[in-house]
Design a protein around this ligand. Structure first.
Ligand SMILES: Nc1ncnc2c1ncn2[C@@H]1O[C@H](COP(=O)(O)OP(=O)(O)O)[C@@H](O)[C@H]1O
Ligand SMILES: [Mg+2]
Length: 298
């Protein structure tokens, strides 16, 4: 295996004095950071008996999962295994025929995707979903919209506090841009950016939404090894600075081995294994699911 991504992250503190400070302050005003004793123990997201079918195709078969406070859970599996479907069910884009989803003891199975996002389950998409005609900063500002305290009157007339609010919101977005090392392209139109930077912008957009849980659908797909390591570093730092649990979907098993606390493996809509990275690497079912793919040499 290549260099450990966790080691790369440790050295990062020497390069940066701060990270996501403004965003974190903003988030702490609304809810407390998780308690140390809950980390790795308290369940924040749970799926029970999820079944999803499209006609005759069973995309998810009796899926059960738990995400705990402060945990980085990776979901891996070959193409078509049902990873994106699970994220779509959790975030309310698809309706499962059977099963329930709970977010911090609240049943969210029948909530709208909009309502679920407002609760703080923020996601990125496998196929990038950004305003391609807007700049990086504008995309982040658009994502801040639900958090901006304008009222109708101050929006129509000039009031000093309305512009203060705008300045503060912009500073939060600039903070995110700095964190993602995108300063040089902050005012570039997203459509003109290279693929890796668009993926990074999408991560920034999810951050601007103030996630309480981050759901990432193949944030490193189509990237080279260096870009993947950068992305993994950002994901680990987000987890460190904001203390939010992360669900990371990935097709490439190698990348998640270094970063995940726990891994769930899907194949043909079924959950075939679950465990720590060390347990997963030697699991015969996982090895056979990946035989014939690029990770045949597990
Ligand atoms: N909207 C849909 N309509 C029909 N079939 C779908 C739809 N979305 C996903 N599927 C099918 O469900 C299966 C799982 O897909 P998906 O969750 O996207 O896999 P992956 O693990 O690669 O993310 C695939 O066979 C896919 O073709
Ligand atoms: Mg997918």
């Amino acid at each position: 295996m290549t260099t450990s991504i966790r080691n790369i992250t440790k050295h990062r503190e020497q390069r940066y004095s701060y990270g996501l400070t403004l965003l974190r302050e903003e988030m702490e005003k609304k809810y407390p950071m998780p308690k140390e004793e809950d980390v790795g123990k308290k369940v924040v997201l749970k799926g029970e008996g999820i079944n999803l079918a499209f006609g005759g195709l069973q995309a998810l078969m009796d899926i059960n999962f738990e995400l705990k406070e402060g945990e980085l859970l990776a979901i891996i599996g070959p193409n078509g295994a049902g990873k994106t479907c699970l994220l779509n069910v959790v975030s309310g884009f698809y309706r499962a025929q059977e099963g329930e989803i709970y977010y911090r003891d609240r049943k969210i199975t029948h909530m709208s995707s909009h309502g679920i996002a407002e609760l703080g389950l923020c996601r990125t998409f496998q196929n990038i979903a950004l305003y391609t005609g807007l700049t990086v900063i504008e995309n982040l500002m658009a994502a801040r919209h639900p958090h901006i305290k304008y009222n109708f009157l101050s929006g129509m007339l000039y009031f000093p506090w309305a512009s203060d609010e705008e300045v503060r919101q912009r500073a939060i977005c600039e903070d995110i841009v700095d964190f993602l090392e995108m300063d040089a392209v902050r005012n570039h139109v997203v459509g003109s950016l290279a693929y890796g930077l668009r993926k990074r912008t999408e991560l920034g957009r999810a951050l601007a939404l103030e996630p309480r849980i981050l759901l990432l659908d193949e944030p490193m797909a189509g990237m080279n090894r260096d870009e993947k390591e950068d992305m993994a570093r950002f994901i680990l730092d987000i987890y460190e600075f904001l203390k939010i649990p992360v669900v990371l979907i990935e097709h490439d098993m190698g990348v998640v081995m270094d970063v995940a606390d726990r891994i769930m493996v899907f194949d043909f809509g079924k959950q075939i294994a679950e465990g720590t990275p060390d347990e997963i690497t030697v699991n015969p079912k996982v090895i056979s699911a990946y035989l014939g793919t690029e990770y045949a040499g597990v």
